[in-house]
Design a protein around this ligand. Structure first.
Ligand SMILES: Cc1cc2nc3c(=O)[nH]c(=O)nc-3n(C[C@H](O)[C@H](O)[C@H](O)COP(=O)(O)OP(=O)(O)OC[C@H]3O[C@@H](n4cnc5c(N)ncnc54)[C@H](O)[C@@H]3O)c2cc1C
Length: 579
């Protein structure tokens, strides 16, 4: 087996990974930095972010206002020390990106243009038309090229190497050759993104299988707040492609089958011709997705061959605004729905979009395993609480990517070379991966079928509304799928780009995460943000103003513990929108 070593190793080449890599190189230029990514960095999911990134820039805005919107939007589940650090460092990060070349959209007078976003009481979302993630990722990638960073593109990480109580490297498959490599490191930062593919209908691409969450979980690090799964209210039916919240920031309406702006019936304010901050279509995503379900139950949605939908109406914005501010939305509607939103209504329905939960970290990205850090969507630091506000995630990956990079650089500089016993572990992993490839000739179960069944169980049991019965049913189905997964068949024996072996590994990761999501949702007997229990419809601060921590243990379901939420200046209160 080939073995190499670096000082700091990034797993993931998306926004968080590249920002962290730059931070390591800037913090200590003597450190040797490497990035491992299962896809070419520019194909990481950050590239698909459309709407924008939040940071205070207007004179009539304030850091406290951004913090309060984030905390109340998260239904008081956010750690307020993390939120305070986040809002404080957000603007500096955005300006740094500007200096590195990010083409933020501008006002005619040259000032940075900002747009309103759901749940925010001020306009603070910076954007680059509706291709913000694309421009941010390009900027980060080209900046990272200035440093001596080794890139392992199209390498799939399968295991963390842990020796003497600290993380000291990884094992990965080089996809082009199928060869197994050990990469040793004094510090490892997981930046592997979310796990939307645990569900069937999602804005997330096939690569979002939660690998980093599963790697950390298997290495003994708890997963935090996994029950909080964000549904975005406006995905295209059938494909699940996102129609960005920016459509509503620019003034789009959501209407039911009667052409009625139904959000006025859900305590989100009254309809106005122009968008009103934190009202109606600019309410938070959890409330808007829940309102869709209520409309469905009232029989006021539109039936299509791909499920029930409501309509997003942006016709009144006019062609010029749509082409200037929302060109990608027009392109998506034309390509995937064969309609022109300048003249026609866009069919939309809620779609799984983002994981508020993830690898438990502190505000420097450190996990409970020394030497292991996490940042971006894989991590739960936690600034998103029970419901993330749109446009906070791109900023989060900058702020906490930078923080974890600096912390990992400092840690790595103080460590001795990785320990000798790691190679034995790496050889074990090589044996296991060989068995996956060669030992599954006679299996009966198909990976794609098992994946579909798992996704179906999650949608029906752990969707927008859940209860004990639906969650227990999902737990039973996932346990049964886990059992059948042991006899999954692999037909492809080749080493070169064996996507079937990768699909097997990804499914094994997702099954672990599905169990953690269900167990965390079952244990939380209250409703808060994106976690709505019809059998426990009230928020219960007395018992559950606490983060869930799912610990893995062999031979049983996850063990759930709780950790108090950090409150600094904003005691729990009512979430008020539209007033
Ligand atoms: C369609 C869409 C639009 C969005 N729009 C916005 C928006 O406007 N504003 C906002 O704030 N947020 C938005 N979000 C959310 C935001 O884009 C993501 O949360 C964020 O980009 C995640 O970045 P990341 O760096 O954590 O992960 P990603 O960009 O997903 O990168 C993950 C990296 O990990 C690597 N990786 C994963 N597993 C492995 C493995 N096993 N081995 C090796 N490498 C691995 C991948 O190759 C990739 O490089 C949007 C999300 C979607 C899906």
């Amino acid at each position: 087996m080939e073995t190499t070593s670096h000082d700091v190793l990034l797993v993931g080449g998306g926004g968080a990974g590249l920002r962290a890599a730059i931070a390591v190189a800037e913090a200590d230029p003597s450190l040797d930095v490497a990035v491992v990514s299962k896809v070419y960095p520019m194909r990481s999911h950050t590239v698909s972010a459309e709407g924008g990134a939040a940071a205070v820039i207007s004179p009539d805005d304030s850091l406290d206002a951004h913090a309060y919107d984030t905390i109340s939007g998260g239904d008081w589940m956010c750690d307020q020390d993390a939120v305070e650090a986040f809002v404080r460092e957000a603007t500096e990060e955005m300006l740094r990106l500007e200096h590195w070349g990010c083409p933020w959209s501008r006002e005619p007078d040259g000032h940075i243009a900002v747009r309103p976003f759901g749940g925010m009481k001020n306009e603070r979302t910076w954007f680059a038309a509706d291709k913000t993630g694309f421009h941010m990722l390009h900027t980060l990638y080209q900046t990272s090229l200035k440093y001596r960073t080794t890139m392992y593109d199209e390498w799939f990480v399968t295991r963390l190497l842990v020796e003497q109580g600290r993380c000291q490297g990884i094992v990965a498959i080089q996809l082009a050759t199928g060869k197994i490599h050990a990469i040793l490191a004094k510090a490892v930062i997981l930046c592997t993104g979310g796990c939307g593919k645990v569900f069937p209908f999602t804005t997330n691409a096939n690569i979002k299988t939660g690998d980093g969450m599963a790697l950390a979980y298997r290495a003994g690090v708890p997963l935090k707040d996994m029950e909080f799964v964000q549904y975005h209210p406006t995905g295209l039916p059938f494909t699940g492609i996102l129609i960005t919240e920016a459509t509503r920031s620019e003034g789009g309406y959501l209407i039911n089958k009667d052409g009625y702006r139904y959000l006025q019936d859900y305590d989100l304010g009254k309809p106005e011709p122009k968008p009103v901050l934190r009202s109606m279509e600019l309410g938070p995503r959890d409330r808007l997705s829940q309102a869709f379900v209520k409309e469905l139950e009232k029989g006021r949605t539109v039936e299509t061959p791909h499920g029930h939908v409501v309509h997003l109406d942006i016709r009144h914005l006019g062609e010029r605004v749509i082409d200037t501010k929302l060109p990608f939305v027009r392109e998506l509607c034309r390509k995937y729905e064969n309609l022109d939103p300048v003249r026609e209504l866009i069919p939309v329905r809620p779609v799984v979009h983002y994981m508020m939960g993830g690898v438990h970290t502190d505000i420097h990205g450190a996990t409970s395993l020394p030497g292991l850090y996490a940042a971006g969507e894989v991590a739960c630091v936690s600034i998103n609480g029970a419901n993330r506000l749109g446009s906070n995630s791109l900023t989060e990956l900058l702020v906490f990517g930078a923080r974890s990079g600096k912390a990992a650089a400092k840690y790595a500089a103080e460590q001795a070379e990785p320990a000798g016993g790691l190679l034995a572990q790496a050889l074990d992993e090589e044996r296991r991966l060989g068995e996956v490839l060669l030992g599954k000739a006679n299996g009966r179960e198909r990976i794609a079928g098992l994946r579909d069944e798992m996704q179906g169980a999650m949608e029906s049991g752990a969707g927008i509304y859940r209860d004990a019965g639906s969650l227990e049913a999902a737990a039973g189905r996932v346990a049964e799928i886990q059992e059948r997964f042991k006899s999954a068949a692999l037909d492809d024996r080749s080493l070169t780009f064996n996507t079937e072996r990768i699909a097997w590994l990804e499914l094994s990761n997702m099954l672990e995460l599905a169990e953690a999501i269900i167990a965390s949702a079952l244990a939380r007997r209250e409703s808060r943000g994106a976690h709505q229990r019809t059998d426990h419809p009230e928020r219960d601060d007395g018992r559950y103003l606490a983060h869930s921590l799912a610990h893995r243990h062999d031979g049983g379901g996850p063990r759930i513990e709780y950790l108090p939420v950090t409150i600094t200046r904003w005691p729990p209160g009512e979430r008020v929108y539209g007033r």
